[in-house]
Design a protein around this ligand. Structure first.
Ligand code: NOJ
Ligand code: MG
Length: 561
């Protein structure tokens, strides 16, 4: 263990904190009940007002915006109908330019979600492609003739459920979609398609965006013979995406060439980042391939093992160790707890510790995320302890992309984790002033308790804990790029680890339980420590190495070496 820092110079995407905004529900400026770019601009000071000692800012370094392009919103923007324009719902290109310049003035970078595995079926490219078998764009998508019996061309499935093939009457052919039938997959094997996508990439880079998060970046290329995927041994539900080995519709060798080409383009511009959703069967090892053999693919590769770990120190540590071991030399890990596709961690980790001490689990997870070696991603509202809204009436569901399985069952919609940001205890939690409109999704009822305004005022709130952690990170080179080392071999009740550079050591102690007599396995010299962040000890105080932890204590300590 104990990999050293990335040998390159310190990069903003390695040491900074990235904040994901779901534009539909972050802030609504015009009262139509739907979030918009002007709304985000109004909230920039909350994210980072440029003052390192700000009393009101969270202190993040970059925003990742979920899609803002023109879209029929079947998959809430992950179905783009015009890559060159901003959705009318969110505003205009002028609004976007303003967002960019206002963000940059405050030292905030802007990362766009680039959804180019597929388009919307309303995109002019698909409309043209589906007209006939011999139009100029006829091969821009994955069209295949029916099988001899008239059925689907092969057994490839949609991630959202059921077959991935949809029949088109005009062409008398099927087209393939990894996601919803309204999201046809582009044929990256076609040179015109590639050219068109690279034009889009350059358009936004030229406009000044600081990078991209590539949506579904591991499924761009498909097997050119459209071979059948093997079904997993013993699988009964043959229509379940996870019951196949995705040999032929995912992670093809060409996919890596494509990402390398995108990276090349990114590298032509100064200081831009390439992040990707690697999305492959949850196998961490495969995901790390997306850094590229020579670190020439993604700068940061999203993997889901860490957020999907149970809330148990041993499991969490196992995920950290795995990532430490397999992140290639010179590449950089990344971690998140929440995003728009999974239940929020405070709704996911509902084991007993949460029942007895919800604030403790929130503080502990915040501390882990912000003190392990890697770039942390926050998802809007996580910092105030937002939980899923499980009471969304069926007629208000907005996640229309997921598909009914053959048994008629719907997978759980992802809307619970996408409800409006809770700003204050005004109407609609301050998200939208529109009194007569329903907000995009119903506000969680707990908004009078959990909201930004209230938590900023409360010294012991989760929001202030996040603010302190982010500030501590900013001021500590050990936290930004120091080596990570655990001090406990088989963590049962607590985690204890260090982050270390030549000059500085940070010691992180996290008690998951009521136990008080917790020991550290590895010898650590009895130096004194300065308290950086703690829910139990006085910040700024110099203390001896603690021999006992308080129940649910979370402490981040430091000393000069
Ligand atoms: C991954 C995105 O995160 C998800 O929200 C979306 O539905 C699919 N890709 C399809 O674009
Ligand atoms: Mg609006």
């Amino acid at each position: 263990m104990g990999k050293s820092r990335n040998p390159n110079a310190e990069k903003w995407w390695e040491t900074g904190v990235i904040y994901q905004i779901y534009p539909l529900t972050f802030a609504d400026s015009d009262g139509d009940g739907i979030g918009d770019l002007q709304g985000i601009i109004k909230k920039l000071d909350y994210l980072n007002d440029g003052d390192p000692d700000s009393e009101i800012s969270l202190g993040i370094d970059a925003i990742w915006l979920s899609p803002i392009n023109q879209s029929p919103m079947i998959d809430n923007g992950y179905d783009v109908s015009d890559y060159y324009d901003i959705s009318d719902t969110f505003g205009s290109l002028e609004d976007f330019d303003l967002l960019l310049s206002e963000s940059h003035q405050r030292g905030i970078k802007i990362i766009l979600d680039l959804v180019v595995n597929h388009t919307s079926n309303q995109h002019s490219w698909f409309i043209a492609s589906s007209q006939s078998k011999d139009n100029p764009k006829s091969n821009w998508y994955h069209w295949q003739d029916p099988a001899p019996d008239g059925g689907v061309p092969n057994n490839w499935l949609s991630y959202f459920g059921g077959t991935g093939w949809t029949f088109n009457e005009v062409r008398q052919q099927y087209y393939y979609h990894t996601f919803n039938e309204n999201q046809p997959d582009l044929n990256w094997g076609h040179s015109d398609v590639k050219r068109a996508i690279f034009q889009v990439i350059r358009f936004w880079l030229d406009r000044g965006v600081d990078g991209f998060r590539l949506d579904a970046s591991s499924v761009y290329s498909k097997d050119k013979y459209y071979r059948y995927n093997p079904v997993k041994f013993g699988a009964t539900d043959k229509n379940n995406y996870n019951n196949q080995h995705h040999l032929y519709d995912k992670n093809q060798p060409e996919n890596h060439h494509l990402i390398r080409e995108i990276r090349n383009t990114i590298d032509e511009y100064e200081d831009r980042v390439l992040i990707g959703e690697t999305f492959i069967d949850n196998r961490l090892y495969d995901s790390t391939m997306f850094y590229g053999v020579n670190n020439d693919e993604l700068h940061l590769a999203f993997t889901f093992e860490f957020p999907f770990s149970p809330w148990y120190p041993g499991y969490l540590q196992r995920e950290i160790i795995k990532k430490e071991l397999i992140t290639p030399e010179g590449a950089w890990p990344t971690y998140f707890l929440d995003n728009h596709d999974i239940p929020r961690h405070l709704s996911r980790w509902i084991e007993c510790s949460l029942c007895t001490n919800p604030l403790g689990i929130a503080q502990a997870s915040a501390a882990i995320l912000l003190t392990i070696r890697g770039t942390p991603f926050l998802y809007y509202g996580q910092e105030i302890g937002m939980v899923d809204n499980l009471d969304i009436p069926p007629d208000q569901i907005k996640d229309k992309a997921i598909i009914k399985s053959d048994s008629g069952e719907l997978p759980p919609p992802r809307d619970g984790a996408r409800t409006p940001m809770q700003w204050n205890d005004d109407v609609n939690a301050g998200f939208s002033f529109g009194k007569d409109v329903d907000p995009w999704l119903p506000v969680n009822e707990n908004y009078t308790e959990k909201n930004v305004e209230k938590e900023l005022k409360d010294r012991h709130s989760l929001l202030n804990f996040y603010r302190q952690l982010i500030k501590a990170r900013k001021n500590s080179e050990a936290l930004r790029f120091g080596r990570w080392n655990s001090l406990i071999h088989y963590p049962y009740e607590h985690l204890a680890y260090t982050r270390k550079t030549e000059a500085e050591t940070v010691l992180v102690l996290i008690n998951f339980s009521y136990e008080k007599d917790l020991t550290i396995d590895e010898y650590i010299a009895p130096y004194t420590w300065e308290v950086l962040v703690s829910n139990e000890r006085e910040v700024g105080k110099i203390i001896d190495l603690p021999s006992k932890l308080y129940p649910f204590e979370v402490s981040v300590l430091r000393r000069d070496n």
